[in-house]
Write a protein that binds this ligand. Structure first.
Ligand code: SF4
Length: 422
């Protein structure tokens, strides 16, 4: 069986089943959002049109492995997790890359033990200017063209948000960042944007509504400060810095929610200043939304039209974009977030991450009886090999073997109809 050699990411992150599904979608229904149907006996596995590694993640991994290949004799460091996937991060650690900060932001490698001879990689989320300044003190020149081209894996779609934030900041807009305050990308965006203007981070539409209430004079400054104090840039003054606003996002947030946040704040500005003056007080930033996040989320929504009985979502437990895929799926069916096939403990037990409780839990009798329809997808930071093993293991729980899977792969089809076109 032909197996594609990856030119952008290492082959050991690929999986044969998933690769065949991808190959099929290159031939059939390339522009349709309909999921792919893999029929294994009485088990129907539905895979969304878009899933797994996005452009930015592939690029970051490609750059990390290129650095390993090119510099076998130099110490190589990553500022922190390159992406939110434990398999990829552990793989890089095993190959000798050291992480300067752990996932809680604690420094692991002292500033003075780095030198200009070391290779330092900046992750796909980007990093803060404070961390860049620390690298400079260690002798690492992050501003050189060579560094930007070879070691700065910041996704271009993240840099685009920073550039737009700068542009709008220069025009006098305060930047509202829709994101999770502690997330590396939100921290990086906050750090870069606050060089040019005031910034405020809001987590969701509910928080945006409370900012809107303040803008419209419906809540006191004390209440506003109590809730948002500390989630804004130095010198931010709610009394004067919420007259002109623009919304950008942590690129992995629900795109729909970012639009909702923007809509709520636009409405508040219209209420306060009138429709005739809206352009002076609210800037349209739709052009900063990440296409990959949009595609994965829209493809997952299209998957729901096929009415699966259960969904298994594969990805890191600290992966924001993966969490949003779970949220989409669990609106209509039992949905389980797992990091790998090892979490499929037995035919009847699954250990999965509970997003609400932020802990793993074990669920019994999670698997529907045959015939059944199972949705499987993965986040933008999840290697295909993990999703591949999950499909294999679930099939084996139903008594199906590799031969049955191969038979299914020879008759892949689209689960029509889904009229949307990407
Ligand atoms: S989700 Fe979008 S912004 Fe984030 S790394 Fe992928 S392509 Fe880049």
């Amino acid at each position: 069986m032909a197996f594609k050699q990856f030119d952008r990411v290492p082959n050991h992150y690929a999986g044969e089943i998933i690769q065949q599904i991808k190959n099929f979608r290159q031939e059939e229904g390339k522009r349709s959002l309909a999921p792919t149907r893999l029929t294994i006996g009485q088990l129907e596995v539905l895979v969304p049109r878009h899933f797994g590694f996005c452009f930015g993640v592939e690029r970051a991994i490609h750059m990390a492995f290129s650095a390993l290949e090119r510099h076998p004799d130099r110490d190589i460091h990553l500022v922190n997790e390159i992406i939110h996937n434990p398999l990829v991060n552990d793989d890089l650690r095993t190959r000798g890359i050291r992480f300067l900060y752990d996932s809680d932001g604690q420094r692991q490698v002292p500033e003075k033990s780095l030198s200009g001879d070391d290779v330092v990689l900046i992750p796909a989320f980007g990093t803060t200017l404070e961390i860049e300044a620390s690298l400079h003190r260690s002798g690492v020149d992050t501003s050189s063209v060579s560094f930007r081209e070879n070691y700065d894996t910041t996704c271009p779609f993240v840099s685009k948000v920073w550039d737009r934030g700068e542009e709008l900041g220069r025009e006098g807009f305060t930047i509202i960042i829709h994101g999770k305050f502690g997330h590396e990308e939100t921290q990086a965006t906050h750090s870069h944007t606050e060089q040019h203007t005031r910034t405020l981070v809001v987590r969701d539409a509910e928080e945006a509504s409370r900012v809107a209430d303040y803008i419209m004079g419906r809540t006191s400054q004390d209440a506003f400060v109590a809730e948002f104090g500390g989630k804004w840039s130095q010198g931010f003054d709610p009394a004067t810095d919420l007259d002109r606003v623009a919304v950008v996002n942590q690129t992995t947030m629900l795109a729909e929610e970012t639009q909702q946040v923007a809509g709520i704040l636009r409405e508040a500005m219209r209420d306060r200043f009138g429709e005739d003056h809206i352009d002076e007080h609210f800037a349209d930033t739709n052009d900063t939304l990440c296409y990959a996040t949009n595609w994965n989320q829209n493809a997952t929504k299209a998957l729901l039209d096929a009415e699966p009985d259960v969904a298994v979502i594969v990805g890191g437990y600290n992966s924001s974009n993966t969490a949003h895929l779970v949220e989409i799926c669990e609106t209509v069916m039992p949905s389980f977030l797992i990091s790998s096939a090892e979490e499929l403990l037995s035919p009847d037990q699954i250990r999965h991450f509970d997003l609400g409780a932020k802990t793993t839990t074990v669920t019994d009798a999670w698997r529907p009886q045959l015939p059944t329809r199972l949705a499987v997808t993965s986040g933008a930071s999840c290697p295909d090999v993990l999703m591949n093993s999950v499909v294999e293991k679930i099939a084996s729980f139903y008594g199906y073997d590799q031969g049955d899977i191969m038979a299914g792969l020879s008759s892949l089809s689209l689960h029509e109809p889904t009229a949307d076109v990407v």
